[in-house]
Design a protein around this ligand. Structure first.
Ligand SMILES: *[C@@H]1O[C@H](CO)[C@@H](O)[C@H](O)[C@H]1NC(C)=O
Ligand SMILES: *[C@@H]1O[C@H](CO)[C@@H](O)[C@H](O)[C@H]1NC(C)=O
Length: 660
């Protein structure tokens, strides 16, 4: 051939025609990364990798590839069992650049649906060019004791023309980083101790080039005595926990496996967010817990994606994913306050006058609840609107008078939910302080419907003749009352019934014994819409029995005359007095009968000496009944006993004169 052909160049042109053949919904495999030109030496060996096809099936169907060569049989298409790639290799070639400078190869890949994609190779060759190196080498290494930087293979290629060679390497799987090749020497070394390598078989595609042709050989590195990557053996894919579990609860205990003796395993976990990760803890025994003080809440987070790893100091097993689902529990309803307050007045059964203003919430979607009174503190005396809780009232006639029922009650109020998703009814509680105020519903009542009070000749203005007893069982101002009195009797101004319901002699009596003065006494309480009790008071003026006085006197005289000297003095005084009287009588008879009628014997019903009782001057002026001013007065605040009142005795029994 012409000198222009002294270099045989086998040029392979890949003309790619993508022919999509569609059957039904399927798409044929597609070639990419083309066209490409490969220069191959005339003296090339058999099984030399010329080209790795990049072909994929968009449907994910598996497919097979084959080649059709226009002349000869020096090429083959083979699927690499390690990498699953389809490769174009030489097959017992006997290239001759003069007689067959080029070849046309049609590669066809067919998927399950019998669809195919084809492309055409055109080869042109130049002679006497080849790069030689050992083909299909396999290297085995002890992973445990192969250090970093150790040579595991020397490509040691030779170029026919003595050209300088350059080396490249691709690694499969590409994740393996334990090997490297020196571009100028072709020496493959380890980049790290192989105990860290977890891939037992690695395919190195080593490429040598002199700048004109490219030769690729496959080197398979297998490792023995590898470190076993530790594993977590018991992690389920999912786990469901109740949102109600307490902080510190163990969620899971990890089991790990590492057959290597002396392996120290360290477990770790991670979550997408640090905030979520802070919810959990994992200790050196593999115990995975909800962190102390943390809680789960379905309404906030329904699941956690937890990733676990285990490391033995050389290799990391995992990640193992656990989807931790949070189960929606029925959570209790709750009140917004721990104590509410309401006030109402005494009321009849069935009346409902309190609006407690309960505010209740429940975290569960669609939750409803009802209101109840916890059975304590006589809660059965009260009612509550069970569906709304908006009103409360009385179940009984509520009466605080006379302390029959308390005026302040603390009740426990419950909300009960509908059971939510679990059907387990949950209860929330609060308390309410109810203050029940008094209603003026009791009339002040006198202890008798009529009274008879006595005044006698010994009473002087200011004397207390008696007191009226009044009862009002209401409380507070409703129980305070004042007395007033009216009278149509003559002489009504002689006596006084005061606001404190005591009866006084107001002025000197100027009428006869046996005279009765009658009053209508009223007790009026201070309630709004005051109530009035009424009684009749008869005050009788009577002569206090002389027997009484005599008895007293006799008793006194007995004591006096029991002494002899007293008798003597008395006799002396008596004689003197009698003499004096006799003289006075004589003078009087002489004077009176001589000039006027001797009428001084005329009888009288007035006591000659009304001063046996010490005259009393009241500390405060006593006002007659008609001008009583209101004085707050309560039963228990009875006025102190009257120190100025001397009790007279009648037959040894205290005279009931005016005292009730
Ligand atoms: C959980 O997280 C992993 C990555 O850590 C992710 O691949 C996976 O899809 C996640 N699973 C879910 C259900 O989110
Ligand atoms: C009953 O009343 C008392 C106070 O009088 C209160 O301390 C207590 O909590 C109440 N009990 C309930 C169950 O509400």
């Amino acid at each position: 051939m012409a000198t222009s052909f002294n270099t045989v160049v086998i040029s392979v042109f890949f003309l790619v025609t993508c022919i999509f053949v569609r059957f039904s919904h399927s798409v044929a495999p597609i070639f990419t990364g083309l066209p490409i030109t490969l220069n191959v030496g005339e003296n090339e060996n058999t099984n030399r990798i010329l080209y790795t096809l990049t072909v994929t099936d968009p449907d994910g169907d598996s497919f097979t590839c084959s080649a059709t060569i226009d002349t000869g049989s020096f090429f083959q298409i083979i699927r690499d069992p390690e990498t699953a790639e389809w490769k174009l290799l030489t097959k017992s070639p006997s290239f001759n650049a003069n007689t067959a400078p080029s070849y046309t190869i049609t590669v066809t890949c067919t998927d399950l649906h019998r669809q195919r994609e084809s492309f055409i190779l055109i080869c042109a060759c130049t002679p006497t060019e080849c790069i030689y190196f050992t083909s299909q080498a396999t290297v085995s290494k002890n992973a445990l004791n192969t250090g970093s930087g150790i040579q595991i293979f020397d490509v040691n290629a030779v170029d026919d023309s003595g050209d300088v060679l350059t080396y490249y390497m691709t690694v499969s799987p590409s994740t393996v980083t334990s090997f490297q090749i020196d571009a100028s020497t072709g020496i493959v070394t380890t980049t790290r101790e192989l105990k860290y390598e977890t891939q037992s078989t690695t395919t190195l595609l080593i490429r040598a080039t002199d700048g004109k042709i490219y030769v690729t050989e496959k080197l398979v590195v297998t490792l023995t005595n590898m470190n076993t990557v530790p594993t977590i053996t018991n992690l389920p894919a999912t786990k469901t926990v109740s949102e109600s579990i307490a902080g510190g609860t163990t969620l899971f205990t990890l089991s790990t496996y590492d057959p290597d003796s002396g392996a120290t395993k360290t477990m770790a976990f991670s979550l997408a967010s640090a905030a979520s990760a802070s919810h959990f803890t994992l200790d050196s025994n593999g115990i995975f817990k909800l962190a102390t003080g943390k809680s789960l809440d379905y309404e906030t987070t329904t699941f956690y994606n937890v990733s676990f790893t285990v490391n033995d100091g050389m290799a990391t097993g995992g990640p193992y994913i656990l989807l931790l689902y949070v189960e929606n529990d029925n959570e209790p309803c709750s009140f917004d306050r721990t104590m509410y307050y309401a006030s109402t007045s005494e009321g009849a059964a069935g009346s409902a006058s309190m609006s407690p203003g309960f505010i209740v919430s429940d975290p569960d979607a669609g939750a409803t609840w009802t209101y109840h009174l916890y059975n304590a503190n006589n809660s059965d005396r009260f009612t509550i609107n069970s569906s709304t809780g908006s009103t409360m009232g009385f179940a009984v006639n509520y009466d605080i008078d006379n302390n029959v029922m308390p005026s302040k009650v603390i009740l426990t109020v419950l909300c009960k939910d509908n059971g939510g998703s679990t059907g387990v009814i949950k209860t929330g509680s609060t308390q309410i302080t109810i203050t029940i105020t008094d209603v003026n519903d009791n009339t002040p009542t006198f202890s008798a419907s009529s009274y008879t009070i006595y005044a006698d000749q010994y009473d002087s203005p200011g004397s207390v003749l008696g007191s009226l007893t009044v009862t009002d069982i209401d409380s507070g101002s409703n129980a305070l009352y004042t007395c007033t009195a009216t009278s149509t009797s003559a002489n009504f101004a002689t006596y006084s019934i005061n606001s404190d319901c005591s009866i006084y002699l107001a002025k000197t009596i100027s009428f006869d014994y046996g005279t009765t003065v009658t009053y209508i006494a009223k007790a009026v309480d201070q309630g709004t819409a005051s109530l009035t009790g009424t009684t009749t008071v008869n005050i009788v003026y009577r002569l206090s029995g002389t027997t009484t006085v005599t008895t007293t006197t006799t008793t006194t005289q007995y004591t006096f005359f029991s002494r002899a000297e007293n008798i003597a003095v008395f006799s002396l005084l008596l004689i003197t007095a009698l003499a004096l009287i006799a003289v006075l009588l004589y003078i009087c008879v002489q004077w009176c009968c001589g000039s006027r009628a001797c009428d001084w014997f005329r009888p009288t019903n007035r006591p000659t000496s009304p001063t046996k009782v010490k005259p009393y001057t009241p500390e405060t002026p006593v006002t007659p009944a008609e001008s009583i001013t209101s004085i707050a007065y309560k039963e228990e605040n009875l006025p102190p006993s009257q120190p100025y009142r001397s009790i007279r005795y009648h037959n040894g029994i205290p005279a009931l004169n005016g005292w009730l």
